[in-house]
Every structure is written in C-alpha cells, then in structure tokens.
Write a protein that binds this ligand. Sequence first.
Ligand code: NDP
Length: 451
Amino acid sequence: MAVSDHVNLEQFMAGLKRRNPNEPEFHQAVYEVAANVFDYIADKEIYHEMQILRRIAVPDRIIMFRVCWEDDNGNIRVNKGYRVQNNNSIGPYKGGLRFDPSVNVSILKFLAFEQTFKNSLTGLPMGGAKGGSDFNVKGKSDNEVMRFCQSLMTELHRHLGEDIDVPAGDIGVGAREIGYLFGQYKRLTNRFVGVLTGKGMEYGGSPIRTEATGYGTVYMMQDMLKRNREDIEGKNCLVSGSGNVATYAAEKILQLGGKVVTLSDSAGFVYDKNGINEEKLAYIIDLKTVRRGRLEEYAREYDVEYHAGERPWQVPGDLAFPCATQNEISTAEARTLISNGCQGVSEGANMPTEAEGMKAFTDARLLYAPSKAANAGGVAISGLEMSQNSARITWKEQELQDLLREIMENIHDRCVEYGKEPGGDYVDYVKGANIAGFIKVADAMIAYGVV
Ligand code: NDP
C-alpha cells in the first residue's frame, strides 16, 4: 500500500518554501491553486496517492543559459536566458517569453505553473511553460534587439519544436521580437514550422492573435455581468497597462459601449475623465508600438491628468481590468476599489492582485475573474495558430472571432460549474478556475503512472 500524501495545506506550503527558497512569486502562485485544490481532493485518494499537486509544482525542467550580444557601440553585453518547461501532460509546452529586467527564476516558475492550468482551461491540447530574459528592450535600437533575439534563439532553438515547445510573446516581446526570433529559428534549422505563435500574418500568423488576450479578458467580464443580467455598456472602466493586452481590452470595452477612463505604464497613469475613445486609443497604440514612448506624452497631447509613479486603482470606477504586470493591485488598493463601489475585476495580466487582495474581492462578493481564466484567450488563439500551421492553412478572421468568443464562454461556464457556492448563487471564479484547470492535467498524469 502506497504512503498517502495526506499533509495539510500549511504543511504542503512549508515544504514547498523549504525546497524553493527565495521564490516569493512562485510560492504565491502555488498557494493560490493549492488552497482550492486541497479542498477538492480531500476525499479523492488517488490524487493524494499519486502526489499530483506536489509533482505539478516541480517543473519538468528549467533551462538556463548565457546570451551574449554586441550593442551598437561594439560593447559585448551579457544577459541570462531561461525556459521553464513546467508540464506537458496534455500537450506540447506552450507559454510566452518575457524580456524585462525583473525576470528571474521565481517569476518564470510562477508564470509556467499558472500557464499549465490556464492552458488546460482552454480545452486545447497545450502544456505549460514560460521563458525569457532579464534583457531590457527599452532604449535599445532595432538592430540591438535583433542581435539579442538571434543570440537567444541560437541556444533556445535546441529545446523547441512544433510538437515539443512553442513560445509566444509576453511583456517586452511583441511582433518585432517574434519576427527576429522566428527568422533565426528558421535560419538555424532550415525548417518553416509553427514553433512560435504571435507571428506576422505574412509568415504563418493567425488572425486576431494580437487582439485575443485583451478581447478575451473583456468577454469574461461580459459573461460574468450577463449572469447577473447586466452588461458593460455605460460602465466606467479602469484599465492598467498600455501594451498589447491593455490596448485591446480597451478596444473591446469601447466596442461594447463602456467608457475607458484610465491606462498606465511603468512610469504612471493617465486619468481621462471624458473617456479614451477610438482615436485616442490609436494614438496610444502608435505611441507604444511604433514610437516606443511614454504615456505622459498622451496626457500632454490631450491635456488630461497624469499621475507619475502611481497606479489607477484610487480612481472610482465600475469595472477594473488590470493588464500590466504581477502584483500591481496591492491589498490596500483592492480594498480601495471595493469601497469605491467597483463591481467587477477581470485580470488581463498574470497574477496582478496580491493574495490578500484576491481574498478581499471574493469576500466582498465581487464579480472577480482571476488571470488564468480571464486572460486565456491569447493562448487559446495561439493554440489555434498552431493548428493552422500544422494544416498549412489560414482560417478566416470571423471564424477565429467566433471561436474566441465560444472558448471564453466555455471557460466562464466551467468556472461556474466548479466555483458556484453550494445552495447559493455567488460564483467563486478563483476556485472554479483552479479546480477545472487542475482536473484535466491531474487525470492525464494519473493515466501515465509514475513518470
Ligand atoms: P506589453 O509589454 O505589451 O505591455 C506591458 C504593459 O505593462 C506596458 O504598458 C508596461 O509599461 C506595463 N508594465 C510592465 N511592467 C510594469 C511594472 N512593473 N509596473 C507597471 N507597469 C508595468 O505586455 P503584454 O500586454 O503582453 O502583457 C501584460 C500582462 O499580460 C503581463 O502580465 C502578461 O504576462 C499578461 N499576458 C499577456 C498575454 C499576451 O498575449 N500578450 C497573454 C496572457 C497574459 P511600459 O510601457 O512602461 O513598459
């Protein structure tokens, strides 16, 4: 008879912290899932016997390497490159690459762990991974970014493959970087295969991949509101970030009749009381993706409030869409949102709310969709980009729009299935997402035995 894993949550977390010291983001991400999963598996012996949670919380492997490149002045520069391949039980490893000075093993382990459950929730066959580098794209010329991407891919390509591991973009990795990375992969291997997603439409990209994460985050809010016989029209929306996820979340909010009053970047936020309309949003997308400038310029151009070094959560609003980075809503800010009458939060960024803040949202019975459910639209369309690449075809935009809508609705419904309070009507979407995401991965692992 096997020895069962009947430790309690506190004992489990103490062991995890002991074995993974100095990794606070990873501890936070595991705790958030484990807290719900422990309850769910309490009477399900097989998950204990097979030590499933303990196994998912150890990545299959972590690849770390040196990335040398030459800047425009001929200086040799050195960065660290990483790929955390967390779990491939339900499909090839899949998850973005992040280029940011804050990147370290703890952050990538948390992101790869989260990605494992998120990808499961989409219903598509994708495992979980994440990678990137501490390289700072800000202030670098296009040529420097190209040389860096080529150097990174020179090592990373050994670990990738259309059926092995398929990265995409994330913070600091957009269309430009994916182009350089794919170009180098193709040069090194002489193979044109779907080994990266988020590619340009000229070379194997999918319609609406760029928009999918932001759109999906808003669809999740739309579905939560609909369950309460409400909609986004006329609501004041606080959005943070001004990158890929934030700008397309803002675009979808506008299409649905909502009013976007804030956006932010790492230097501060703008508060535009009149609302950021389509024309202003186009200015911001150009500012951020072409001119690579600061949001402060937007405030000057349109003569609106700019708050340097601050985040938008003090502004009263009906709905909040954190779309910048992890832990960007502190517990105190979560409480401010609640006391200001915020009705719903849908997370475009990964783990943007501190653990106690998440609890505050559910305790206050907000409509609260955690990132692994709310931002899964991006990786879902990435999964469909992989399918299109394998079949060597491109689907019509409308087909993908419809599929994205359907996938987000399914994710919403699965959260309701596992997160609805017994005997009541409130849905704990955090619990629902964690359990629904866990089951598929866990059952696949059980089928494989001890591997
Ligand atoms: P981008 O690089 O396009 O944009 C990131 C935005 O967040 C920028 O406005 C940036 O400001 C801001 N930002 C970055 N770091 C900080 C910080 N420490 N404090 C405040 N603001 C910050 O990234 P994405 O839009 O792709 O990603 C945003 C979030 O969404 C991340 O959490 C990512 O993991 C998550 N996500 C992204 C997906 C995608 O498809 N792209 C899929 C699922 C999740 P600045 O311009 O000053 O750098």
